[in-house]
Write a protein that binds this ligand. Structure first.
Ligand code: TPP
Ligand code: MG
Length: 406
């Protein structure tokens, strides 16, 4: 992890805007909990308490035109990306004015045309190959876009995660994957998910760049995310960012999280991302009391107006259930060529029909070895490479003599 960033890392305007999103994410979450208790929410409520800095800091690093596929806890990323609290409220309250017209009760919504948001689906891991495709499509169309998606510690155990990461890596797709290690997947603690201290180590299997960052340090998250986004945009391939934070509530409102030791909550509460960012702004004199009060007042005003809008919105009419099920001309299936077709087609696009493999795949550096047919099978001279953990050092070892040879 890197040390604290220099104060000039954020402009005054950025510092305040980031606070607005952090506070809005927190206040919206608190409001949703109240609505849940009033029985105004249809279905479950999945909170993001304690994870705001990761959602806000990563999405804030993106540029206009970039694509995201958030998970249900990434409300902060949706807000940064242009959605309004009313979109999230109406979703959870299943009103016809919601982005899914009341057909989904959580944050399973997206918008391919204007917001460039791919809707999350329940099958964890599947967004990785989908967003790899988005990233590759952008490159194919000559756009300089970056695609970003999020995955939990639990989600990294899926086959789709590994397949998607590997595919993104070999294709050098401009993809940034934010691995949100919030210590829990339902009631499974992270150390029973995988025997790894840093989940960023998973990146070694794909040969891609990775970072581990304190997910409760907004400025550090933003700095790392900017570095990752720049690198992906420049064509250096996908990047994996592990942000360590803590799910400060149960999996959803129905889960009291009794399996989490109380001291663990206390540990992370003392490192609350919102309080830490407030301290940062104070220490670096990036705001004053008046500016802070103005942001609070703005959020209160906006949430009240959006709540009124949501409460006054009707539920969807029953007939709507049969609309939008099948495509009735809503999708343009003709590719939008932004580059001349002949540039993308043979013969112009053709490459030499031969691929090379560094060192012919040999273990030794230098020339590829001639196949040694004189060694008996299973003899004691096989060798192996040990990859030392956390370093790039490689040690050559000789296998122990076989039972028969001894
Ligand atoms: C492929 C798949 N398996 C299981 C589930 C059920 N499920 C939903 S959320 C969840 C826990 C996810 O934990 P994690 O990825 O750490 O995310 P977090 O809830 O901590 O944000 C599980 C197992 C699922 N949605 N998809
Ligand atoms: Mg988790």
């Amino acid at each position: 992890m890197k040390s604290d960033p220099a104060p000039q890392e954020l402009t005054h305007e950025e510092a305040l805007e980031l606070y607005y999103y952090m506070r809005l994410n927190r206040s919206l979450d608190e409001l949703l909990v109240r609505l849940f208790r009033q029985n105004k929410i249809v279905g479950g409520l999945y909170g993001s308490l304690g994870q705001e800095a990761t959602s806000v800091g990563t999405a804030y690093a993106l540029a206009e035109g970039d694509w995201i596929a958030p998970l249900i806890r990434n409300v902060g990323s949706l807000l940064v990306h242009g959605y309004k609290p009313r979109d999230i409220m109406t979703q959870y309250m299943a009103r016809v004015t919601s982005p899914t017209q009341g057909k989904d009760g959580t944050c399973h919504f997206g918008d391919l045309k204007t917001h460039h948001v791919v809707s999350p689906i329940s099958m964890l891991g599947d967004l990785i190959p989908v967003m790899t495709g988005v990233a590759m499509a952008g490159r194919y169309l000559g756009q300089k876009i970056v695609a970003m998606t999020w995955i939990g510690d639990g989600g990294t155990s899926t086959g789709a995660f590994h397949e998607g990461m590997n595919f993104a890596a070999v294709q050098r797709a401009p993809l940034v994957v934010v691995l949100e290690n919030n210590q829990w997947a339902y009631s499974t603690p992270v150390n029973r998910q995988a025997p790894l201290r840093d989940f960023a180590d998973r990146a070694r299997a794909y040969g891609i760049t990775s970072y581990t960052v304190d997910g409760n340090d907004l400025v550090a998250v933003l700095r790392i995310a900017r570095e990752a986004v720049d690198s992906a945009r420049q064509g250096h391939g996908p990047v994996l960012i592990e942000a360590k934070n803590m799910r400060m509530l149960g999996h959803a409102q129905h889960d009291p999280a009794e399996y989490v030791p109380r001291e663990m909550f206390e540990y992370w509460k003392a490192r609350d991302p919102l309080s830490r960012y407030e301290n940062y702004l104070n220490q670096h004199k990036l705001w004053d009391e008046k500016e802070k009060a103005a942001i609070h007042a703005r959020i209160e005003r906006e949430l009240a107006a959006d709540l009124e809008f949501a409460e006054n919105s009707p539920f969807p009419p029953p007939e709507l259930a049969e609309e939008g099920v099948y495509c009735n001309g809503c999708h343009i299936i003709e590719a939008q060529w932004r580059r001349p077709k002949d540039e993308l087609m043979p013969p112009k696009s053709s490459v030499k029909p031969e691929w090379t493999i560094e060192n012919f795949g040999a273990m030794e550096t230098g020339a590829a070895p001639a196949a040694d047919r004189t060694q008996p099978q299973g003899s004691a001279v096989e060798s192996a490479i040990v990859h030392a953990t956390h370093t790039d050092r490689k040690r050559k070892i000789t296998a122990p003599a076989s039972r028969r040879a001894r």
